[in-house]
Design a binder for this molecule. Structure first.
Ligand code: ATP
Ligand code: MG
Length: 421
């Protein structure tokens, strides 16, 4: 017997039982994005590898070791997208969407990173994200946070904490980097192998370490807020004020850095204690120099990305899985005809917007009723030879003990409209 082929490790099937929740998540995310005036953008799953190496930075985990990259037969080096900001910026520049314009976009879809799979960390996962181009001031930073808060509220998820920080401009960040490196060099013996490697290439990443000893060490490291310039500090203060005005609670975490090189100025993360080690649900920040780096005119920009699997796991952990499951009407033909002659009934119900399952093929009535029951159906419509001749239908109630009802076929649509949810 040939070997059964399984899905690729870290790439999940989303089975129907989960889809009710996922549709609800997607619908809330889409609605909130629209409520804030964001427009949808969809970019390809495959892009030229250089887009990511040049945008995300070649000293980051994503580009260093997590991308699915291959050379196609045209000898072009391509990668599955590990995130969507770089693609969004590429699309904006390619289609001239940023010329003297301010733009708000949202996206949703699968991303690919070859990480070690574990709870909350997969090799194909989904992100919902928003990006805003053309606003230099802190108002838009605060708008993003309010949109995030609204999403938690709409999903009725609680216990999510907001942490914010500022990284200043790339110039002040360089000064900070030197000082941080100097501090860490004085404590070389306390760095593990991973972080020793980061020391030369990307010392800010060490602040992000999950190792408790390193966390202890960096709690005494120089503070980034001491390195940023006056105007950058003002931006951050006004951002904080705006959050306070909206009564949004937050914590300033000066150790918060992001894993992608393109961030500047405001950065933020929403975390939860309910997901174990993979505790970040949403993360983002400003990337004021990325558009110019990608060949566009300089345009300030900010965005965030939310991990939808983590959001789904959080909703499940908090029992917030209600959605709108489909309760179809089942139409059962027991006339004994080889080919059902009553499909017109089903189509008329669908014309009226209802969901209808035809029990194609034969089978025992009892089995078919069982199947209808499992689907959550409220009623079955049963037609036998006698009903068909009299142009009647029998309505069988599946959720209450009332006996069956006989109706003229021509009254059925109206009856369903009046009597079903
Ligand atoms: P982490 O620190 O958890 O690796 P990250 O900094 O790599 O996150 P981002 O690139 O900012 O994450 O992506 C934004 C969000 O996307 C994360 O906060 C998380 O919710 C989700 N995410 C990132 N990588 C994965 C993954 N491999 N599996 C599932 N969700 C992910
Ligand atoms: Mg990561």
């Amino acid at each position: 017997m040939s070997e059964r082929i399984q899905a690729v490790r870290g790439m999940n099937d989303l089975l129907p039982e989960k889809m009710v929740l996922w549709h609800r998540l997607e619908s809330v995310l889409r609605t909130v994005a629209w409520q804030y005036g964001y427009q949808e953008i969809r970019t390809p799953l495959l892009e030229k590898t250089a887009l990511f190496t040049q945008s995300i930075g070649d000293q980051t985990d994503i580009v260093d070791k997590e991308m699915y990259t291959f050379t196609d037969s045209g000898e072009e080096c391509l990668s599955l997208r590990p995130e969507a900001t770089a693609s969004t910026v590429r699309a904006c520049i390619q289609h001239g969407l940023l010329h003297n314009q301010q733009q708000r976009f949202w996206y949703m879809g699968p991303m690919f990173r070859r990480e070690r799979p574990q709870k909350g960390r997969y090799r194909q996962f989904h992100q919902f994200g928003i990006e805003a181009f053309g606003w230099p001031g802190p108002d838009i930073d605060a708008e993003m946070i309010r949109a995030g808060e609204r999403i938690w509220k709409e999903l009725e998820i609680d216990g999510i904490q907001l942490e914010i920080n500022t990284l200043g401009s790339s110039r002040s960040r360089l000064a900070y980097r030197d000082s941080l490196r100097q501090f860490l060099r004085q404590n070389l013996d306390q760095l593990d192998e991973d972080n020793l490697r980061r020391l030369d290439r990307n010392p800010l990443r060490i602040l992000d370490s999950k190792n408790p000893d390193i966390q202890e060490l960096v709690s005494n490291a120089p503070d980034i807020l001491d390195f940023i310039q006056m105007d950058e500090r003002k931006h951050f203060e006004r951002f904080c004020e705006s959050l306070e005005q909206s009564s949004i609670s937050f914590r300033i975490n000066t150790r918060l850095v992001r894993g992608l090189d393109y961030y500047t100025s405001t950065v933020f993360e929403w975390t939860t204690k309910q997901l174990g080690a993979q505790n970040t649900v949403c993360a983002g920040g400003r990337y004021d120099s990325l558009v110019e780096k990608r060949g566009g005119k300089p345009v300030p920009a900010i965005g965030f990305a939310m991990g939808m699997e983590r959001l789904a796991e959080l909703a499940i952990a908090q029992g917030k899985t209600r959605g709108q499951p489909n309760h179809p009407i089942h139409v059962i033909d027991i006339t004994g005809a080889e080919v059902s002659s009553i499909v017109g009934i089903s189509e008329a119900l669908r014309d009226a917007g209802m969901t209808v399952v035809d029990h194609c093929g034969g089978g025992k009535l009892k089995t078919r009723l069982k199947r209808a029951d499992r689907s959550g159906a409220e009623i079955c419509i049963i037609v036998g030879e006698t009903e068909r001749e009299k142009e009647m239908v029998q309505v069988k109630f599946m959720r209450k003990s009332a006996g069956p009802l006989e109706l003229p076929s021509s009254d059925l649509v109206q009856w369903c409209k009046t009597n079903l949810r």
